[in-house]
Design a protein around this ligand. Sequence first.
Ligand code: NAP
Length: 259
Amino acid sequence: MDLGISGKCALVCAASRGLGRGCAEALAAEGVDLVINARGAEALEATAEAIRAAHGVQVRTVAADITTEDGRAAVLAACAQIDILVTNAGGPPPGLWSDWERADFIAALDANMLTPIALMKALLPGMIARGWGRVVNITSGSVKAPIPQLGLSNSARAGLTGYVAGTARQVAGKGVIINNLLPGIHDTDRAASLDAAKAKAEGVSVPEARAGREASIPAGRYGTAAEFGAACAFLCSQHAGFIVGQNLLLDGGAINATL
Ligand code: NAP
């Protein structure tokens, strides 16, 4: 299927590895030029070079912390025209409900709620003026079903989801489509660190911890960044113009719900 987005330009945040990189690669495969971001310059450059070589698209890089005002300013300064925005950042640390103080919540809100909102506020006006745009926010399955040890993530992502629900409906009539992608467990560095934390907490090996987590997924495995990226590219496509303000769960069936 031709997604009809060749020649568009996308900003993909937090994209040197993992799910962000999966989204960047899938968009590049459709002929989309990219601005990609992460904090570590070396890995970011290596990813950019791999994408240029594989897909022949333009890839600009901005090494910056997207959760800071300065970082966002640097990223936005590199963006002449952005048609597609994929928001992403690292997830908050795990813990217990009683662990977190105000500063921990503010940091989580900054990273996983207020950063995507700030990026949308910066880029939606241009999309609206041109009559076309796509936004995909990478959130989490924790929006549908809480992950008890990720209370900071549960809280911040719920706030973003509420903002998107209203905003998506305010801009859809201008040709700008906003949706959220909700990852369940995917095979990335983030999943590996959560495997390691589980192994430590339960006194088992990391492969045993992973096997236990895989067994909790009806598909019997972790998702891949490539699968995730393909779903993102579709939501950024010409064909997604009637999919407004939705929360698409990619979790191998892990959340046991009818809807
Ligand atoms: P990952 O493999 O750890 O990759 C994170 C990427 O984001 C890296 O490129 C990292 O590069 C970049 N990054 C992190 N913090 C950043 C920041 N402040 N500014 C700019 N770039 C930043 O993580 P992932 O598994 O792809 O997860 C992506 C998001 O999905 C996270 O929010 C995570 O909580 C969520 N999620 C993931 C899963 C899963 O199973 N993988 C499940 C549910 C939700 P640098 O470190 O160099 O900045």
